[in-house]
Design a protein around this ligand. Sequence first.
Ligand SMILES: CC/C=C\CC/C=C/CC(=O)SCCNC(=O)CCNC(=O)[C@H](O)C(C)(C)COP(=O)(O)OP(=O)(O)OC[C@H]1O[C@@H](n2cnc3c(N)ncnc32)[C@H](O)[C@@H]1OP(=O)(O)O
Length: 294
Amino acid sequence: MLVATLSKRLLRVGQAKRCGLSLRSFSDAKDKDLVLTSIDGDTGVATITMNQAPVNSLSLEMCQAITTAIKEVESQPEIQSLVLASSLPGVFCAGLDITELHKPDEKRLTDFWHSFQQIYFDLYGSRLATIAAIAGHAPAAGCMLALSCDYRIMVSGAGSKKPSTIGLNETKLGIVAPSWLGYQYIDTIGQRQAELGLSLGLLHQPEQALAIGLVDELVPREEVLSRAQAEAVKWGKIPAKARLASKMLARKARLDHLAATRKEDNDFFRSFVTNETAQKIIDGYLQSLSKKKS
Ligand SMILES: CC/C=C\CC/C=C/CC(=O)SCCNC(=O)CCNC(=O)[C@H](O)C(C)(C)COP(=O)(O)OP(=O)(O)OC[C@H]1O[C@@H](n2cnc3c(N)ncnc32)[C@H](O)[C@@H]1OP(=O)(O)O
């Protein structure tokens, strides 16, 4: 069980509850743990671990589980910082679940995009200090999860035959990142690098991601989680009100803009995705992913 491997000092549910802290997982209707949440009783750092094999793709249920987990952690006033991690070796998050975009049901597609926007509000605008522990690939919406955190620690590519990559690769698939994700990219790595990355759909290897400021630190694979948790302790010690006010200096206008245009953004997404040309592209991409396997 993953929970047992996270930290020797990690609290089990009973102990955690006695200390007023919680350790639990959130489940979908099939009672599968899409997301695991744990709280270190010594440091008060929460870790939300995405656990949707094979690639942590963001389905409607996965988006909802992430939001539920963030809200649950935020509701505990003694917790100041959060690590976002993956239980899967080699993948942080493969982005949106492409099957959600393929021959979609309109109501589900609307709910799906709404739940994806909601992660942006909850993570990018979180009162918590948030650290991404990126121990694997983080394309597209996987990169968005990382960008929504305050600090990004990625597995180093040194000596790896197939290094992990991170970036916004949407144009390579013939689709476009939503504007709010594009602005997150621009705000993080600057206009020129973002223009290059967005236009060419670049997926960066770790050393390149570090060089352009897309991630903040590289560490060996086995150290990603512990290093992220140590960084979360440091961020959690900064006076919370001042830290949050500083975060909002940079992010509030972006968050407010999406809040004001949320429905239009959803309408645009649905009309884009349900268009015949987009459906052909999505169909072809799904086939290419499954051909890769065979
Ligand atoms: C106005 C706005 C309009 C539109 C906005 C649209 C925004 C889109 C943002 C997105 O996030 S689009 C998604 C972009 N994601 C990707 O391009 C990633 C695709 N996946 C990969 O590149 C690789 O899977 C990986 C590098 C993440 C991992 O590679 P590996 O470990 O070798 O796994 P496999 O490729 O063999 O995949 C295993 C399994 O998982 C399925 N899968 C992979 N990615 C997705 C996905 N994003 N959604 C759904 N399913 C995915 C893949 O098909 C395999 O399935 P099998 O059934 O064949 O086992």
